[in-house]
Design a protein around this ligand. Sequence first.
Ligand code: SF4
Length: 207
Amino acid sequence: MDDKKEILRRLERHYFGARPALRFRNAFELLVAVMLSAQTTDKQVNAVTEKLFAAAPDAKSMAALEPAELERYIKSCGFYHTKAQNLLGACRILADRYGGDVPSTMEELTALPGVGRKTANVVLSNAFGIPAIAVDTHVFRVSNRLGLADAKDVRETETQLMRNIPMDKWSDAHHWLIWHGRRVCTARKPKCGECFLFDICPSGGKV
Ligand code: SF4
């Protein structure tokens, strides 16, 4: 078995069933939660969205909020002014153009304000079950350390991961890599000595 396959096999065994830590009940809630999650923790986002979705459960009602009102709800997520502007802009488009629904293509999603490929891929895979690999900071770092990718940027990493991981595992592998990045292969001082991939990781003990 080559190393990439063995790495994926072990990741799956350790993180089987890993799911997003963000709480959501539908595509709209997931989109909003991911848009809020930049530069903050999933726990913080979950605390904010519980109250926000009670007040504005869909695109139409969120688009009707005053900017200052929305900012009050999301303030603790940081960058609240920009996030509020993007959310209001996106909700207006969803309400006007899609009848309040969230579209299910990369092109339509990334046309919404504040929505990049990573956010779109999270929504496509977790809300619509469309195979996709969202490359966030953990996925980028861990996959390049492990040799599942050898790329300088997130776009190229995504392309290489799609090549190196079977399509039916794309969405799951995204979660495995995030969990490994949070628990073991951290940005600073990765725990190589405790890592179950140390013997086959090209970066083991060298980061
Ligand atoms: S051996 Fe070290 S660098 Fe490689 S995946 Fe494990 S923690 Fe990360």
